[in-house]
Design a binder for this molecule. Sequence first.
Ligand code: BGC
Length: 332
Amino acid sequence: MKMRAILAVLIGAVAMPALAASVKVGLSLPTQREERWVKDKQAMEADAKKAGVDLRVQVTDNDAAKQVAQCENLVSQGIKVLILAPHDASSASVIVDKANKAGIKVISYDRLVTDSPLDYYYLSFDNVKVGELQGEYITKKVPKGNYIVLAGSPTDNNAKLFREGAMKYIKPLVDRGDIHIVMDQFVKDWQPSEAQKLCEQALTANQNKVDAVLAPNDGTAGGCIQALNAQGLAGKVPITGQDAELAGAIRIVQGTQSMTVFKDTRQLARKAIEMAVDLANGKPIDTQGRVVNNGKRDVPSVLLTPYVVDKANLDEVLVKSGYLKKEAVYRK
Ligand code: BGC
């Protein structure tokens, strides 16, 4: 056994290999307006601290040009690895290019950078599966009727994947004539207020005859539920979500939102820091052959599992795992 291995056994092998000198890692996030991204940031900062990583964080606030400038700045700070959650999937390929030229490894975090021929990793959840969970749930609840179908931001590759997954369940019922889609729209920047406006329009145009809403995440679901509520329809029209945000969980308990999809951002963040440490140490990541195509090439990918949550398993999945606090979810 090599000396390092013997030492590791003696000190009780650590999950995250510590680095000799603290390594600089850049983190570029699209937003802090949604709870999930706040959690990603907090978890990565905590994990970085444990692993002795000097994490430099920038938040773009949904601005592609700002993200490029901020990443250039991170590159100039001498980072070894860039964890990048792009606001605009395609234009972020410029960032990968700049990092690559400076010898910096890139992890495309949660959202895939598209259209780049370069070498980088993708770390996310199985996002088509997220959409499938939403589509399966809503079509089981409402196999016939008028649907509002919303997708996330058109600049976010995930939005397309979620939609693709959900449509696997919705489209066959549309083709059979059972489901009628009365609105089919992407929501700019995933904005809840935009989703609310779209729902209001669809309700008005269809004299409130809407039977189900496919909302791509909890934020947009919240906007839609306000629109439904104004018409006395909140709790009567099944609606999906995603992210297991506290507000979404509260609505599930209260009965105005049907479901959410739990993606454990603590696990994602932990994996990102682990991967960053490995890459900084020159160790390639074993993705066991898993890839996602970015339009130009297959990107080696690590994809975690998403879980469906509704009233029946919310305590089991979200509270028992410590993701949400019971007293917060069930506050009076
Ligand atoms: C993430 C979702 C999130 C959405 C809006 C997506 O890329 O995967 O979890 O709700 O962005 O921020």
